[in-house]
Design a protein around this ligand. Structure first.
Ligand code: AMP
Ligand code: MG
Length: 470
């Protein structure tokens, strides 16, 4: 067993030490055996159950982190871990450290009016979405275990209380830097030095470590958002306190993997203005990056240099997005007009309300039209252009097919599927969450058991929106 708590290296005002509020008579709802193996976690299942239900073990020091952030465009100085606490870091035999963060652990000084608790519905959604994104190659936090019990929590109705352990190298958010900047230049420097020491050691040997740090954080953020766009993922609450400095998908709320492709899709039904709509995500990523760059002012005096980092975000995003989409179309030799080919396709899918995932995968086989293909002239024109474009490729037909099948998943965690899993789990099914976790871990290789789940959903199941309540 090996836990540490490196956050204690920071000054005491960066956090509040406190104990979790345990969940009585808890049982395991999910246990991520893939992650246990990957991180070589040699703890008995019972110990993981105990930790996930609020027990502190040797080496851990539970604490709530202080941060602030911009929520829907407005600065909120009162944020921090309000219903999750950092237990410590699991140290692997290879000396890598991973935060274990207990979500739903009870009230903290940063809970504001909240109860500090989490419900089974929201932790199942986070557990499965993070595993689904991970399998798609999208940078993301992951989750180790979920427990639930008889306690109920009031949201829009009474729901079962649950807790979950989230795992990632760090829980430091853009909002931590915003808070530090609001305190003193020394706070900013202390935080940046900690982040460099533990998470960006390559910056330490650079002539201007803080510039490199900002640049790398923004590059990773740009790449993450390019990934979201390519896999049709709408995060839904891209507040700066939900942005990890590692450029990982973080804090899953009312997210959605799209059904029909809709450029302006809004998964969060409380986001009436569409600030965090699917097509806004790259711009919001830039807006959030501007907030972070501003918080770096005490560390990087020159506005021009900070602006360079922001320009680099835009370039990284554009490059990465086109590369990812090219692969999804089975293309490998970059050409300038690929951007147009991608844009024309998305306009067409949006116009004809075509299921994004089923459509993209259907391109593996061009021998005959698929039911999902629009019969319209604009689609026929696009298909013609695509076939012309394929003539400039060096990949063989079978290699192209293979590339499409390994970049476009057959199985997607659509919201109606997540809802089905949650309902079964709430009724007491203790297998279903991990069955789906395993399925979503290899979404490209079709499994006969998936048959009911891999067609475009019925219209009444499509595009389900969720509220922020979790
Ligand atoms: P989120 O919308 O989950 O990103 O949360 C935004 C802020 O509200 C964070 O500071 C959370 O810790 C806090 N928060 C969210 N839900 C609760 C809750 N049920 N109890 C206490 N704090 C919460
Ligand atoms: Mg959050």
């Amino acid at each position: 067993m090996s836990f540490t708590q490196t956050y204690l290296d920071l000054p005491a005002d960066f956090y509040t030490s406190l104990a979790p509020e345990p969940l009585a008579q808890a049982h395991l709802v999910a246990l991520n055996r893939d992650l246990i193996k990957l991180h070589q976690i040699n703890l008995p299942d019972q110990t993981i159950l105990d930790i996930t239900s609020g027990q502190i073990i040797e080496g851990m020091t539970a604490l709530a982190q202080k941060y602030t952030g911009h929520q829907f465009g407005y600065y909120n100085p009162d944020l921090g871990d309000g219903r999750g606490i950092l237990l410590g870091q699991w140290q692997t035999p290879k000396n890598e450290r991973f935060d274990w963060h207990l979500k739903g652990a009870g009230r903290t000084p940063y809970s504001r009016r909240g109860d500090g608790r989490a419900v089974l519905r929201s932790v199942i959604r986070e557990y499965l979405a993070s595993e689904a994104l991970y399998a798609l190659g999208v940078p993301t936090t992951r989750a180790l275990a979920i427990v639930s019990g008889d306690e109920q929590v009031w949201r829009e109705a009474l729901e079962p209380r649950a807790m979950m352990i989230r795992v990632t190298p760090t829980h430091i958010r853009f909002g931590h830097f915003e808070w530090a900047a609001s305190q003193s230049p020394q706070h900013s420097q202390t935080l940046a030095d900690y982040v460099i020491k533990h998470h960006y050691p390559e910056c330490a040997s650079e002539p201007k470590p803080y510039e490199t740090l900002l640049k790398l954080i923004l590059q990773r953020t740009a790449r993450m958002i390019a990934h979201w766009q390519s896999v049709g993922f709408n995060h839904g609450v891209m507040n700066t306190d939900n942005m990890s400095v590692l450029g990982e998908t973080f804090d899953f709320g009312p997210y959605a993997f799209m059904d029909d492709f809709k450029i302006g899709y809004i998964c969060n039904h409380t986001d009436t203005g569409g600030r965090y709509a699917y097509n806004e995500q790259p711009n919001v990523g830039l807006w959030n990056s501007q907030v972070l760059a501003q918080a770096f002012e005490p560390l990087i005096e020159s506005a021009d240099i900070r602006q360079n980092c922001l320009n680099d975000y835009v370039e990284t995003y554009n490059q990465h997005y086109v590369d990812l989409m090219r692969a999804k179309l089975g293309l490998t030799n970059p050409q300038d007009k690929d951007k147009l080919l991608i844009a024309d396709l998305l306009i067409c899918l949006d116009k004809h309300k075509v299921d994004y995932h089923v459509f993209m995968r259907s391109l593996a086989n061009l021998d005959q039209p698929h039911d999902i293909w629009p019969t319209s002239d604009d689609y026929q024109a696009w298909l013609f252009d695509y076939k012309q474009r394929l003539k400039q490729e060096t990949l063989s037909e079978s290699e192209r097919k293979e590339l499409i099948l390994k970049t476009n998943p057959a199985l997607v965690l659509r919201n109606y599927i997540a809802q089905h899993i949650i309902e079964q789990a709430e009724k007491g099914d203790r297998e279903i969450v991990d069955t789906w976790r395993q399925w979503l871990a290899s979404p490209f290789t079709e499994n006969p058991e998936w048959q009911p789940w891999i067609q475009p959903p019925h219209s009444h199941l499509k595009g389900q929106k969720l509220s922020c309540s979790s």
